[in-house]
Write a protein that binds this ligand. Structure first.
Ligand code: UDP
Ligand code: MG
Length: 331
């Protein structure tokens, strides 16, 4: 059989769209998205997750739902951030394949056709890789680039460069993602972590259709720290080596001082070297404490065990329970 559609899924493709104040984009979004999906000749649903928008995104979505009941809405109780909005969307998706896509049309919906074609070849994860980043500043490109480089070095799971959340996930991957209990959800890391057969498809990232990005540099920085701390222990381990390095250096320096005192006698000056050593080591200790704190904070988040997100209203969407065989597989 060529098409790997599990029989229990009621639709073929679920497109998951997280939206935070995207009222100005939704008309155009649905126009392009529906054109593509209609041409595919498969059944589909569009799960729209409103991430606590303060504009009339939800009203706009409801208007479109009246026109096309395959548009389903999950409204979160407040702004939980894109990662959690996506998590919610995945929990509510019925499709044999799930395709997360941005609402601002930076991810071209037309590419879904290519993703689906690859999926039918038998791949479980087909991710869309950016060939170019149109409409992004020089600084964003440089910082994104260095982030991927650091991430590649530190994480044992290879997280593909220049990929966002725009990709196609087979149902079996979705079931695994749904079971991951962690609260700090660095989605593209998790998508890579599951493994299975993965394929990539290239595309050109377009500029935002309308509105502004919700990711300022502070938010991106925190996102990068989340990513590194969720997928790498290297920052914790590094301090043992730094410590050993300092111990060896100070032993050498100590021996040198001892010898010099023995040979040349006692010497009073030395204020500068003392200050430098004290301040520098103080700084190093602060940084290592901070890094311990990063991980400890994450452990605390996990231990609290709060729900990942809260749903205020749903329109036509229903949470999909875990597939029984998926839960048997991992327990
Ligand atoms: N988004 C969200 N919650 C947030 C921030 C963003 O659901 O708190 C959504 C947003 O509506 C969009 C997608 O995530 O559909 C990507 O956001 P954005 O375009 O601001 O990010 P960028 O493309 O600049 O990385
Ligand atoms: Mg965007």
């Amino acid at each position: 059989m060529e098409t790997p559609l599990p029989t229990q899924s009621s639709v073929d493709i679920s497109v998951v769209v997280p939206l935070y104040c995207e009222a100005s984009n939704i008309d155009y979004l649905f126009k392009r998205l529906e054109t593509v999906l209609d041409q595919l000749g498969t059944t589909y649903e569009i799960i729209c997750v409103d991430d606590g928008s303060s504009d009339d995104t939800v009203e706009g979505l409801k208007r479109h739902r009246q026109r096309n009941p395959r548009i389903k809405i999950v409204a979160l109780s407040r702004n939980f951030g894109k990662e959690l909005a996506l998590t919610a969307g995945i929990d509510y998706a019925n499709g044999a394949a799930v395709v997360p896509i941005d609402a601002d049309l930076q991810d071209p919906p037309e590419l879904i056709e290519v993703l689906v074609a690859k999926w039918r070849e038998g791949y479980d994860v087909v991710y869309a890789k950016r060939r170019s980043r149109e409409g992004e500043t020089w600084l964003k490109r440089v910082t994104a680039n260095s982030f991927y480089r650091v991430m590649e070095r530190m994480s044992k799971v290879p997280i593909p460069r220049d990929t966002g959340d725009f990709r196609l996930l087979d149902r079996r991957v979705v079931e695994v993602i749904k079971q991951l209990p962690e609260r700090t959800r660095f989605m593209k890391g998790l998508f890579a972590w599951v493994g299975y057969r993965q394929a990539e498809v290239m595309y050109d990232r377009e500029p935002r259709h309308s509105g502004q990005t919700k990711w300022n540099y502070w938010r991106l920085w925190n996102f990068a720290i989340d990513g590194i701390a969720s997928f790498s222990l290297a920052p914790l381990r590094m301090w043992s080596y730094v410590g050993i390095g300092f111990a060896v250096l100070s032993f050498l320096y100590g021996s040198f001082l001892l010898l010099r005192t023995l040979v040349l006698g006692i010497e009073v000056p030395g204020y500068a070297s003392l200050m430098v050593a004290v301040l520098f080591l103080g700084g190093v200790q602060m940084v290592s404490l901070g890094i311990l704190g990063e991980y400890l904070g994450r452990v605390y988040e996990e231990v609290k065990g709060r729900p990942l997100y809260l749903v205020r209203d749903t329109y036509g969407a229903e949470k999909v329970p875990l597939a029984p065989e998926a839960s048997a597989q991992t327990r």
